[in-house]
Design a protein around this ligand. Structure first.
Ligand SMILES: [Zn+2]
Length: 181
């Protein structure tokens, strides 16, 4: 490699969430600074690219900081749309959400996730209602194990409902953070 690449950590300015990690050569870093849009150097394609150049999900730069020995760069951004190619807000996504996305895209026969998601919002909303009642009943009359089990069902179906509405758990997390201020 002719030129050293810097690891570029992309962080959402408002939520402070780490959105992704990419690599920048000098040209990508200079373009990121001058254009105000994040650019990377693709190691697999060996070329410069602008994040969002095909998806439209660009990253607007709000700050660029080099680390102590200048081999890594921290870029604060305002993200336009989801950052990850799988449609998630961040590439660093909780395993349960990633599993849901994977099951949906694989769409294998017999997959509960795939069948629930293809059934649509009304079906998912109905399940959330059922599971909420089951959790409430368990909390009042059943043992801890049952309460945990019903809470897991409600949690899981809430994620399915978000997905069926095209939303992301990171949005819920952001909302809770705003309230906690
Ligand atoms: Zn990703």
């Amino acid at each position: 490699m002719a030129e050293e690449l810097r690891a570029a950590i992309i962080q959402d300015e408002e939520s402070k969430r780490v959105l992704m990690l990419g690599w920048m050569d000098e040209e990508a870093l200079a373009l990121t600074r001058s254009s105000g849009l994040v650019h990377f150097f693709s190691r697999s394609r060996q070329k410069l690219w602008q994040k969002g150049e095909t998806s439209g999900n660009v990253l607007h730069v709000t700050d660029v900081m080099l680390d102590c020995d200048e081999d890594a760069v921290l870029v604060s951004v305002h993200a336009e749309g989801p950052t990850c190619h799988d449609g998630s807000t961040s590439c660093f996504t909780p395993w349960l959400w990633r599993t849901i996305l994977r099951r949906q895209s694989e769409n294998e026969e017999g997959s509960y996730v795939a069948s629930q998601l293809s059934a649509g919002v009304a079906q998912n909303a109905r399940k959330v209602g059922e599971e909420a009642v089951e959790l409430a009943v368990a909390a009042l009359s059943e043992d801890d194990e049952r309460v945990v089990s019903e809470a897991a069902d409600l949690w899981f179906h809430s994620l399915l409902l978000l997905r069926s509405r095209g939303l992301d758990p990171a949005m819920v997390d952001d909302e809770l953070r705003r309230r906690a201020r």
